[in-house]
Design a protein around this ligand. Structure first.
Ligand SMILES: Nc1nc2c(ncn2[C@@H]2O[C@H](COP(=O)(O)OP(=O)(O)OP(=O)(O)O)[C@@H](O)[C@H]2O)c(=O)[nH]1
Ligand SMILES: [Mg+2]
Ligand SMILES: [Zn+2]
Length: 368
């Protein structure tokens, strides 16, 4: 296994040069075990590694800590010492979301992936509003969006086709396919993206079939869904940690635990851009500060009434406005916390310095 098989490229190589001079080796993080990480090295060797203190302290927030998919510089422990992550290379793409709840903390789901595969089905999981949010997060990550309408074996063809068309309508740039992971149908399309060194991540609600898809692509060797649940007797295994796998035929897959709550973590501009069509209608409202409720001459209301604007889309547009406000407030709060932390760190450093000067004075009085 070469570094290129793992996704290495010229930009990573250039950034790594000075790090190699320190005797460190490049590796890609494949698993996050909370305290330790799994790392894959050139040649396919896997090591359990820990985060270096500097990497931890240099991270201003959790999103800057090493994550699955990241390239790192490892200081390999000699004589059964620990292997330490000394540096994280700049991410070329980063798929992340906000953590559930009120925190403004961002969670990185996959670093350095070029394709985000959003898995859904045409049944109870189907939700255009949620899909819009996934599209927003994907756009922000700079990766390509691919959608699989999975479990096609459970629904009539026209229902699957309707779901596919509706999703395509939401994002013309996304590739949308109908698949059945259970029957191994339609999965060959993923092979068109899975080329040597190309990383793909699978996201979507719990139970839509992400791990089953990974199983099918990897072949027999993977074990997840073959584990039988004792209660239901079904081959079901809920993924609890994200994990990166390299395919024999080329390509890299990152499986994710199902998302129970997709929230926005994006900047205001991207949020607004994804609703450009609604904004355009809004610009025709009579009053520039129209609340799009009962205001006179509201173009939004008129468009909803004449059917040219989908009610659901209008509602998520209204909600996004509220969420932009919420996000701003949380970011502000976070900034205050970070600033406080920086001041505290500064104080600690100043104190340490003072202690050191005192110590030096004691040791070398002639120099002072
Ligand atoms: N009928 C049918 N069942 C499927 C299909 N794909 C997956 N399943 C079943 O759906 C259940 C959940 O599949 P998983 O692959 O574990 O789902 P997941 O998306 O990985 O779920 P989390 O790990 O919880 O996020 C399993 O019982 C699968 O056998 C499909 O195409 N058709
Ligand atoms: Mg899974
Ligand atoms: Zn209006």
């Amino acid at each position: 296994m070469t570094l290129e098989d793992l996704g290495w490229n010229a930009d990573f190589a250039a950034e790594f040069k000075p790090l190699a001079a320190k005797g460190w080796v490049p590796a890609r993080l494949i698993r996050d075990n909370k305290i330790t990480y799994g790392a894959l090295l050139e040649g396919g060797e896997e090591l359990e590694v820990i985060m270096g203190g500097k990497v931890y302290h240099d991270a201003a927030c959790d999103a800057e800590l090493p994550a699955v998919g990241d390239w790192v510089a490892l200081d390999i422990g000699k004589d059964d010492g620990e292997t330490v992550i000394r540096h994280r290379l700049t991410r070329q793409t980063c798929f992340s979301r906000k953590l559930p709840g009120k925190s403004s903390e961002e969670q990185v789901m996959a670093a350095n992936v070029s394709v985000v595969v959003i898995v859904t089905d045409a049944g109870s999981d189907f939700n255009p509003r949620r899909m819009e949010r996934y599209f927003m997060l994907t756009e922000r990550s700079r990766a390509k969006a691919v959608v699989l309408v999975n479990k096609s074996d459970l629904f009539p063809d026209e229902v699957n086709e309707e779901a596919r068309a509706e999703i395509s309508e939401l994002n013309k740039d996304a590739d949308v396919y109908i698949t059945s992971a259970a029957r191994n149908e339609g999965l060959e399309v993923l092979k068109t993206y899975l080329k040597k060194g190309v990383s793909i991540t699978l996201v979507g609600s719990s139970g839509v079939g992400k791990s089953t898809l990974v199983n099918q692509l990897l072949g027999e060797e993977w074990q997840w869904t073959s584990e039988v649940n004792e209660l239901t007797g079904k081959g079901r295994h809920t993924t609890t940690a994200r994990e990166l796998m390299v395919l024999d035929d080329g390509g890299i897959l990152i499986d994710n635990p199902g998302i129970r709550e997709v929230q926005m973590w994006t900047d205001e501009t991207t949020m607004r851009e994804s609703f450009a069509d609604v904004e355009e209608v809004a610009s025709e409202c009579k009053f520039h500060d129209c609340k799009h409720g009962t205001d006179k001459g509201c173009a939004i209301r008129a468009s909803v009434e004449d059917g040219s604007l989908d009610v659901g889309r209008y509602e998520s547009f209204l909600k996004l406005e509220e969420e932009i406000e919420e996000l701003k407030k949380r970011q502000k709060k976070r900034q205050i916390l970070v600033e406080r932390r920086a001041k505290r760190d500064h104080r600690v450093k100043a104190r340490n310095l003072a202690d050191r000067i005192d110590y030096d004075k004691e040791q070398n009085p002639e120099r002072f």
